[in-house]
Design a protein around this ligand. Structure first.
Ligand SMILES: NC(=O)c1ccc[n+]([C@@H]2O[C@H](COP(=O)([O-])OP(=O)(O)OC[C@H]3O[C@@H](n4cnc5c(N)ncnc54)[C@H](OP(=O)(O)O)[C@@H]3O)[C@@H](O)[C@H]2O)c1
Length: 404
C-alpha cells in the first residue's frame, strides 16, 4: 500500500466524494461527515437506483453534484434537487464523472464489480481512495494495485479486517511480517448443521449476528464467501501470498485482524463491531476523529473466543483460496459467479447450498473455456467478468434443481 500522497489538510478542509452514497457504508460515512462539517466539504455523491435517497443525502450534506447510474431516473433525481443548485446527471458515465469531480478523498462503496471503473477513475486522477468495494480488488486486484503504485496513489482499506491489519502493520517492518490473520464472525450459520444450512431461507441468511450491512455482503458473510473475497483483497492490498494469510472464526467480532511478526509478537486492532470506526480511520487518516460508536468495554464482553473455520460447511472459503492460488482470471470468475449466485438466492431462485455450488461449476466451466487467463487490462478483466456471468446464468437452472 502506498502512503505517498498524504491528503490530510491539518489547517484546511478535506473535500470528499461518495460512490455508493445511499448504501450501508455510504450512509455511515454520511453520519460521520454530518458530525464534523468544519473538517469536510462534500463534492459528489453517486448511487445506482435510489434517486430519492440520493437527493436527500446530497441536500443534507451539501454536495455539488449527484449521479445516478440508472439513466431512466434522471428526471426523478433532477426534480428532487430542483432549486438546490446541486447538479444532477444519470448513467454509467455520470458515476465516472462523480469519481472525477475534484475531491481529495473518495469513498469507494459501490457493491460488486460495477464499482471497478468509477473507483479506478478516482484513483487515476490521484485522489486518495478509501476502498470498501472489495469486489473490485477481487475482479482486477493486480491491475488496480499496480496502477495505484505507478501513480503513487493512496488506497486506504475500509473493510474492518483490512483496516485492522493496516493499523497493526504500522508497528513493524513489512519484511518482518510472518503472517496476517483475518477474523470472521462465522455469520448466522456458524454453529448450524449442514442440513439446516441447506434449507436456509433468505430471512435467516440476512440475520447477521454482529454487523448491519447491505444484503450482498450479508449473504456473503453467511456463506463465508465474504472472508474468501477478503482473503483475495488482503493479498492485493498487502502484497502477501495466500500462504501468509489465515482466517480465524471469532464470533464476538471484537478483534478485527492480527499481524504476526517474525519474533512471535502478534499485534491486533480491537473495537466494537461498528463500521463507522474503520470508516472514520480512513476519513481522517493519518489523523483521528471522534465517532458515535459504542466504546469497547472488555469487562462486559468478558470472553473472546476463536475457532478454525469448518471447510465442509463453508465451501465458499475453500473455493476462494483455490481461486487465489490458481491466480489469473480465477478470482474474477469466482467474484462474477458469486454475484450471480447471491442475486439468485436473494430472489429465491437458488437454494443456499447452491451459491457455492454455482461458483464451483462456473469456475470449472470457465477453465474449460480458457477464461482463467491473467487479465491484461481492466477491460479484459471486465470481459472475463461478463462472460463468466453469462456462464453462471446458463448453469443456474441445473444447480438450482440440484440444490433444492
Ligand atoms: N456494509 C458493510 O458493513 C461493509 C463492510 C465491509 C465492506 N463492505 C463492502 O462495501 C461495499 C458496499 O457495501 P454496502 O453494504 O454499503 O452495500 P449496499 O448497502 O448494498 O450499498 C451499495 C451502494 O452502491 C450503490 N450502487 C450499486 N451499484 C451501483 C452502480 N452501478 N453505480 C453506482 N452506484 C451503485 C447503491 O446504490 P442504490 O442504493 O441506489 O442501489 C448503494 O449506494 C461492498 O463491496 C461490500 O462488500 C461493506
Amino acid at each position: 500500500m502506498s502512503a505517498a500522497t498524504v491528503v490530510s489538510k491539518r489547517d484546511g478542509i478535506r473535500s470528499v466524494s461518495l460512490l455508493g452514497a445511499t448504501g450501508s457504508i455510504g450512509t455511515s460515512t454520511v453520519d460521520l461527515l454530518m458530525a464534523a462539517p468544519e473538517r469536510y466539504r462534500v463534492e459528489a455523491v453517486a448511487a445506482s437506483r435510489n434517486a430519492a435517497a440520493l437527493a436527500a443525502i446530497a441536500r443534507k450534506i451539501g454536495a455539488r453534484f449527484a449521479a445516478i447510474a440508472d439513466p431512466t431516473l434522471y428526471g426523478e433525481l433532477k426534480d428532487a434537487l430542483a432549486g438546490t443548485g446541486i447538479a444532477a446527471a444519470a448513467g454509467e458515465g455520470a458515476v465516472i464523472e462523480a469519481a472525477n469531480w475534484p475531491a481529495d478523498w473518495v469513498m469507494g462503496a459501490i457493491t460488486g464489480a460495477a464499482g471497478l471503473k468509477p473507483t479506478l477513475a478516482a484513483l487515476e486522477r490521484g485522489a486518495t481512495v478509501a476502498l470498501a468495494n472489495k469486489e473490485c480488488l477481487v475482479c482486477a486486484g493486480a491491475l488496480f494495485m499496480r496502477r495505484a503504485g505507478e501513480i503513487g496513489a493512496t488506497v486506504l482499506p475500509v473493510d474492518s479486517e483490512h483496516n485492522a491489519i493496516f493499523q497493526s502493520l504500522a508497528s513493524g517492518h513489512r519484511s518482518d511480517v510472518r503472517r496476517i490473520i483475518l477474523t470472521a464472525s462465522g455469520g448466522p450459520f456458524r454453529t448450524s448443521p449442514l442440513e439446516t444450512m441447506r434449507a436456509a431461507t433468505v430471512d435467516q441468511a440476512l440475520r447477521h449476528p454482529n454487523w448491519s450491512m447491505g444484503p450482498k455482503v450479508t449473504i456473503d458473510s453467511a456463506t463465508m464467501m465474504n472472508k474468501g473475497l477478503e482473503l483475495i483483497e488482503a493479498h492485493h492490498l498487502f502484497a502477501l501470498p495466500a500462504s501468509q494469510i489465515d482466517v480465524l472464526v471469532h464470533p464476538q467480532s471484537i478483534v478485527h485482524g492480527l499481524v504476526e511478526f517474525r519474533d512471535g509478537a502478534v499485534i491486533a486492532e480491537l473495537g466494537s463491531p461498528d463500521m463507522r470506526v474503520p470508516i472514520a480511520h480512513c476519513l481522517a487518516w493519518p489523523d483521528r476523529i471522534d465517532t458515535p460508536a459504542a466504546r469497547l468495554d472488555l469487562a462486559k464482553v468478558a470472553t473472546l473466543s476463536f475457532e478454525a473455520p469448518d471447510p465442509a460447511r463453508f465451501p465458499a472459503l475453500r473455493l476462494a483460496r483455490e481461486a487465489l492460488e490458481l491466480g489469473g482470471g480465477a478470482p474474477t470468475v469466482l467474484n462474477a459467479a458469486n454475484e450471480i449466485a447471491v442475486d439468485a438466492f436473494l430472489h429465491r431462485r437458488l437454494g443456499f447450498a447452491g451459491i457455492a455450488g454455482l461458483v464451483e461449476e462456473t469456475l470449472e466451466a470457465s477453465a474449460r473455456k480458457g477464461l482463467l487467463r491473467e487479465p491484461q487490462s481492466i477491460d479484459d478483466a471486465l470481459s472475463i467478468d461478463h462472460v463468466s456471468r453469462s456462464l453462471a446464468r446458463e448453469l443456474l437452472p441445473e444447480i438450482a434443481a440440484k440444490a433444492s
